[in-house]
Design a protein around this ligand. Structure first.
Ligand code: AR6
Length: 170
C-alpha cells in the first residue's frame, strides 16, 4: 500500500476539501453538538431534511447523504459507541463504524474521505485506543480495496493529533 494513502491533519473537518466527510452522529441522525453540530451548521438545513428520512442509524453502522453547502459531495453519518469502560463491545463497535463508513465510500467510488475521531468527544472513548482502531481498520480496508484512494484523519486538538501520529508512525 502506498504510504500516502493515510494522512493526519489538525483542523476543522467542515473546511476540508475531500469527496466525503464522516460525521460522528447519534442514533437519531437529527443533529447534535460537537462535530455533528458543526457539520449540520456548515451543510445547511437541507441536510437535516434528508437525515430525517433515513430512520436513524444503529451503533456501528453508517448512512450516506449529500454534502449540501460543504465542499464535500457526501456526508457519511456513523454512530459510535458510548464508552462504558470497554467491556460492552465498544472497541468492536468502533471498528464497525470505520468498516461501514469505508464500505459506503467504496460503493460511491469516493476518492478522498476525512474522518473525525469518532466517539472521542462526548461519547468518551479513550483517544489512544480509538486511534489504534481507526488506523488498523482503515489500513486493513485499504489493503483490499482501491477506493477510497486517500483517507485523512482530522484531529481537532493536539491530544488527538498526537494519538493518531504515534500509531501512524508505527
Ligand atoms: N472538526 C473535526 N473534529 C471535531 C470537530 C470539527 N469541527 N468538532 C469536534 N471534533 P463529538 P462523539 C472532534 O463529541 O464523541 C454529538 O452531539 C472532537 O474533539 O463530536 O462521537 C452527536 O450528535 C472529538 O475528538 O462526537 C452525538 O450525540 C471528535 O470530534 C455525540 O455528540 C468527536 O467528538 C457523539 O459523540
Amino acid at each position: 500500500m502506498k504510504k500516502n494513502r493515510l494522512e493526519i491533519i489538525k483542523g476543522d473537518i467542515t473546511h476540508i476539501n475531500v469527496d466525503a466527510i464522516v460525521n460522528a452522529a447519534n442514533a437519531s441522525l437529527r443533529g447534535g453538538g460537537g462535530v455533528d453540530g458543526a457539520i449540520h451548521k456548515a451543510a445547511g438545513p437541507e441536510l437535516l431534511s434528508e437525515c430525517e428520512k433515513l430512520n436513524g442509524c444503529d451503533t456501528g453502522e453508517a448512512k450516506i447523504t449529500g454534502g449540501y453547502n460543504l465542499k464535500a459531495k457526501y456526508i457519511i453519518h456513523t454512530v459510535g459507541p458510548v464508552w462504558f469502560g470497554g467491556y460492552r463491545d465498544e472497541p468492536e463497535q468502533l471498528a464497525s463504524c470505520y468498516q461501514s463508513s469505508l464500505k459506503l465510500a467504496k460503493d460511491k467510488k469516493v476518492r478522498t474521505i476525512a474522518f473525525p475521531g469518532i466517539s472521542t468527544g462526548v461519547y468518551g472513548f479513550p483517544k489512544d485506543l480509538a486511534a489504534v482502531i481507526a488506523i488498523n481498520e482503515t489500513r486493513r480496508f485499504l489493503l483490499k480495496n482501491s477506493y477510497p484512494e486517500r483517507v485523512i484523519f482530522v484531529a481537532f486538538d493536539d491530544e488527538s493529533f498526537e494519538a493518531f501520529r504515534k500509531i501512524l508512525e508505527l
